[in-house]
Design a protein around this ligand. Structure first.
Ligand SMILES: [Zn+2]
Length: 441
């Protein structure tokens, strides 16, 4: 109610100002000199100008101030389309600084606490901080992922190495119900869940599929707590309902069966490449996760964006050659096949707060899929930001776009290591300084 009143008033003021022929108040013009600017393909020289947080065309008057960029290579800021932090006030400053340090200005959390997002509302999505798009609560079934994980976290403040008793307690616990997850077990419950989702302001919703081919044997069995997701028959009505609200659906998928369900239900994006966990499995289980040609046809018919989260398999594998083989022969191969089918691969670390994950995911994706330096840069600075905020004028250093950029010490199209040699951070017209790296792991 308050929001709609405010926006109505704003619109009225704007109309009044236009009626009187008054120009909107404009701030000082800043000229940015002595840099090379990424134009989507290569670097161009020459000055650029900004005013009121946006790049502007060459002004008809002298700039009010001039900034010497000392020969830096300017690129649009990076993004991470699959995180789980920030997720509330706890650790908020450290997580914000970690992302800013790595040049990641745009963060999409795919499941987080609704309370947590409200807690930090005033501290994100402002020029001095990261921009966060929260998915809020993920939709799953009773006892499914991520209920188990978030209840373990709520009860014991950890998510691994739980005893059987703790596992069972988490299965029965409802501390985070309707906060980090919604439980949807039958069709009559769908209108209530959709009403909750409609009340939230976020434009995306995460739905969970985990080994959906075995759903009936796992559901409500506490031994399988967290090892299943939504009831398969509920996916299509849920997706249709969410899309009717004007929101996009991100699906967590594990297996080819999950993938087929998600594609047929018309989800908008995938949170993992199917088979992303192959490194953790036996050879036989891993092999069954390879996408067959019939499913690649589904992909070609309607390619969508995907955070492959290859970082998870790569870090699990480490130097273990068997795990590495499964990772490459299944996870990477599926990612490559989907990319060839037209999917847009995005950076996605799937982490709460690990700089290692945020840094490693785009590197692993680029190395394993043999991306060119240009494709690497576009993955971080163009494709991922645009997938998170399709309606925003970001990810290009052009007149009319938000004046946000990273200044690199060397040319990332020559040497890919230059992508991480960040010397300047400009966000919506403001220069940011980030505390030096002390706790990054
Ligand atoms: Zn995740």
């Amino acid at each position: 109610m308050i929001r709609s009143l405010l926006s109505t008033c704003g619109a009225l003021l704007l109309i009044a100002a236009q009626a009187h022929g008054q120009p909107r108040s404009a701030g000082p013009i800043v000229e940015l000199r002595n840099a090379q600017w990424f134009d989507g393909r290569s670097f161009a020289t020459g000055p650029r100008w900004m005013r009121d947080g946006r790049f502007i065309a060459r002004p008809g008057q002298r700039a009010d101030s001039v900034v010497d960029l000392r020969g830096r290579w300017m690129v649009p800021p990076y993004a991470d389309a699959h995180t789980h932090g920030p997720d509330g006030a706890r650790g908020m400053e450290e997580i914000r600084d970690m992302f800013l340090r790595l040049g990641v200005f745009y963060v999409q959390t795919l499941a987080n606490s609704r309370t947590g997002a409200r807690e930090i509302r005033a501290r994100v999505n402002v020029p001095s901080s990261i921009d966060v798009q929260f998915a809020n609560a993920a939709v799953t079934s009773t006892g499914g992922h991520p209920q188990q994980l978030y209840e373990l976290l709520a009860l014991y403040y950890r998510t691994v190495h739980e005893t059987d008793a703790e596992k069972f307690a988490a299965f029965r616990s409802r501390l985070r119900d309707n906060d980090t997850y919604y439980r949807l077990d039958s069709l009559p419950q769908l209108p209530r869940i959709l009403a909750e989702i409609a009340r939230d302001s976020m434009p995306i919703v995460k739905v969970i599929l985990v080994g959906s081919e075995e759903f009936d044997t796992k559901f409500r069995d506490s031994t399988f707590a967290g090892a299943y997701g939504l009831r398969p028959a509920l996916l299509a009505p849920l997706v249709a309902g969410v899309q009717t609200l004007g929101k996009r659906v991100w699906a967590h998928v594990d297996t080819p069966h999950d993938f087929a369900l998600a594609m047929r239900a018309g989800v908008d994006a995938l949170a993992h490449v199917p088979g992303y966990g192959a490194a953790f499995e036996t050879d036989a289980v891993a092999r069954a996760m390879l996408l067959p040609d019939s499913l690649l046809r589904l992909a070609r018919a309607r390619p969508i964006p995907m955070t492959a989260t290859l970082v998870l398999g790569a870090l699990e594998a480490g130097t273990d050659t068997a795990k590495l083989r499964r990772f490459r022969e299944v996870s990477v191969r599926n990612a490559r096949a989907l990319r060839a089918a037209g999917f847009t691969l995005l950076a996605g670390s799937d982490t709460y707060s690990s700089a290692l994950h945020v840094r490693t995911d785009p590197q692993v994706t680029a190395d394993e899929l043999r991306l060119t330096p240009l494709e690497r840069l576009r993955l971080l600075a163009v494709d991922t930001p645009r997938a998170i905020y399709p309606a925003r004028r970001i990810a290009a250093l052009r007149s009319g776009y938000e004046a946000s950029a990273l200044g690199l010490m060397c040319n990332p199209l020559r040497q890919v290591q230059c992508l991480t040699r960040i010397d300047q951070r400009l966000k919506q017209g403001s220069w940011l300084s980030v505390p030096a790296d002390s706790t990054d792991r």
